[in-house]
Structures are given as structure tokens and as C-alpha cells.
Design a protein around this ligand. Structure first.
Ligand code: PNS
Length: 160
């Protein structure tokens, strides 16, 4: 029987409730889902990759078919190496579409056998992003309801 492995790639700095919503949806329709954190050496992240992985592992423990991993370099090289058939990406609003379309088509050019599949998170999360969460936390605002509680706690210790 055919088993579909999907990769949900991203920075996850930090994981938000919007990401979790998408992970839950992805874990329901794919046989296995790898949440893959990009190790981007150029960016200046708030959380180091090991911290991001630890938080992701903690908040996805309830889904047995979800794995957390890290990747470097081209996503398509990593996807080929893991033998994934699908890349999962979330689209919140029309504003996401242009960038996502460009990336999906470029990835298809690099590897025509891997499909990008878009899913929509719940509309409650349509305005949520890791960038805004970092900014709100840095400036002392509340991120309750936007991120899992363990992320909220870590943000509090990180910025104070
Ligand atoms: O959460 P993000 O930051 O929007 O995720 C972007 C990500 C990690 C999916 C994208 O930057 C990526 O795949 N980077 C790996 C390098 C790569 O494959 N670049 C070519 C993309 S067409």
C-alpha cells in the first residue's frame, strides 16, 4: 500500500499555534509528517535551533506520526534524501500566495516528482506569525493564545 510522507519546512522561531494547527491537519491526512527546521546560518534567530527542536518535540508529542528534524541547504535535496513525496506549506491570506507560489514552482523545477500541498490554518490564526510573536514578546506584550504555553514561558525568560 502507498504511504505518503510529507515535510512541513520552516524556521519555527518559535512554533506558534498557527503552525500547530497546520501540523495537526497535516498529521491527519498524511501517513507521516516531518516538521523540518531550517538551519539558516545567516539569520539572527531569537531561539537557537536546538531550542526550537526541543519546543517542537514537546508540543507535537501527542501525534505519533509526526517527527521533528533539522535540515541545511536546499529543501528539495533534503526532501529527496528523506524520500518525501509532499512539501506541506500553510497559506494564511492572499498576501502569502505570491511568495509561496514562487517557492513551490521553483521547488518543482528543482524536483518535479515532489508536490507542494497548501493547507489553510484556522482563520483565528490568519494574522499570526513568528515574527510578530517575537516582536510582541520583546516589547513586553502578551502572547497568550498565540503560542503553546511552554513557548510562552521560554519567551518570557528569553526577553527578560
Ligand atoms: O518559515 P519560513 O521562514 O517561511 O520557511 C521558509 C523555508 C525554510 C521553507 C524556505 O526558506 C526554504 O525552503 N529554504 C531552504 C533553501 C531552499 O531550498 N531555497 C530554495 C527555495 S525555492
Amino acid at each position: 500500500m502507498k504511504s505518503i510522507l510529507a515535510i512541513y519546512p520552516g524556521s519555527f522561531d518559535p512554533v506558534t499555534n498557527g503552525h500547530l494547527d497546520l501540523i495537526e491537519r497535516g498529521a491527519k491526512i498524511f501517513d507521516r509528517l516531518i516538521v523540518a527546521v531550517l538551519q539558516n546560518l545567516e539569520k539572527e534567530p531569537l531561539f537557537a535551533v536546538p531550542e526550537r527542536l526541543e519546543m517542537l518535540r514537546e508540543v507535537t508529542r501527542k501525534w505519533p506520526n509526526v517527527e521533528i528534524d533539522v535540515f541545511n541547504g536546499l529543501l528539495m535535496d533534503y526532501a529527496r534524501q528523506r524520500k518525501a513525496q509532499v512539501i506541506l506549506r500553510g497559506i494564511r491570506a492572499i498576501s502569502d500566495y505570491e511568495y509561496e507560489l514562487q517557492m513551490a514552482l521553483m521547488n518543482r523545477k528543482l524536483e518535479p516528482n515532489i508536490e507542494t500541498v497548501f493547507m489553510m490554518p484556522a482563520e483565528t490564526y490568519s494574522y499570526l506569525s513568528s515574527r510578530l510573536v517575537r516582536e510582541i514578546a520583546r516589547l513586553g506584550g502578551s502572547v497568550r493564545d498565540l503560542v503553546p504555553s511552554i513557548v510562552e514561558e521560554r519567551l518570557r525568560t528569553k526577553v527578560h
